[in-house]
Design a protein around this ligand. Structure first.
Ligand SMILES: Cc1cc2nc3c(=O)[nH]c(=O)nc-3n(C[C@H](O)[C@H](O)[C@H](O)COP(=O)(O)O)c2cc1C
Length: 183
């Protein structure tokens, strides 16, 4: 039995220090091609991804930084600004939700579906040797992002990509024993 999948899962980690090396558009498309294959509630595939151009990325990062300063929340978000500036590519994940709401369906299963899709992206990036960070801090400008780029969708998260600049150990994880509920 091959353990490739398990190795990739074990190797995936949030990367917060990137090198100058740029991630190609082809790699980002390949990563999102894997995000597309995730399981989703009722197979609705609610994910929509926007790959920002360098200009759009800079605009978004500036907007985020300004908002943090306005709200006096630089302390919590400023590290994310640094990471974003250092990263090579920024992708925004949106959810196509209006029809779901119109049909009075719960949104939760679709949030879970978005998570599954984003995780697929992170795993494929790991397999390609590309570092990634799932970012929700940026939600302080979610209304602006929706208005600016995708008025019909709901903002879910951002993911930044780049080649790892400083190799740090992965975050400590709970043991299998700790997560199993006694029966
Ligand atoms: C929904 C979600 C939102 C996250 N948002 C942020 C974020 O805004 N900023 C950040 O630095 N990391 C963020 N992370 C990354 C987590 O901090 C990270 O996954 C966690 O510390 C475990 O580390 P690992 O990814 O290396 O296993 C987020 C992760 C998830 C799943």
């Amino acid at each position: 039995m091959t353990d490739t999948c398990k190795k990739i899962i074990e190797n995936r980690k949030s990367v917060r220090f990137f090198s100058d090396k740029q991630v190609s558009d082809e790699c980002i498309l390949d990563i999102l091609d894997c995000a597309r294959l995730a399981p989703s509630a009722k197979n609705r595939q609610p994910w929509r991804y926007l790959i920002l151009t360098d200009e759009q990325k800079n605009q978004v990062v500036d907007m985020f930084e300004k908002k943090l300063i306005e709200e006096n929340s630089e302390e919590t978000g400023i590290e994310t600004v640094r990471i974003l500036k250092q990263s090579s590519k920024l992708v925004l994940a949106f959810m196509d939700y209006k029809e779901i709401v119109a049909q009075n369906h719960w949104l939760e299963p679709y949030y879970f579906s978005m998570g599954a899709s984003i995780e697929n992206a992170l795993l494929r990036a790991t397999e390609l040797g590309i570092g990634s960070l799932w970012i929700y801090d940026i939600c302080v400008i979610k209304d602006e992002l929706v208005k600016m780029f995708c008025p019909d969708y709901m903002f879910i998260s951002a993911i930044c990509f780049g080649y790892e600049g400083k190799i740090l150990p992965r975050a400590k994880k709970k043991s299998l024993k700790e997560i199993l509920i006694k029966n």
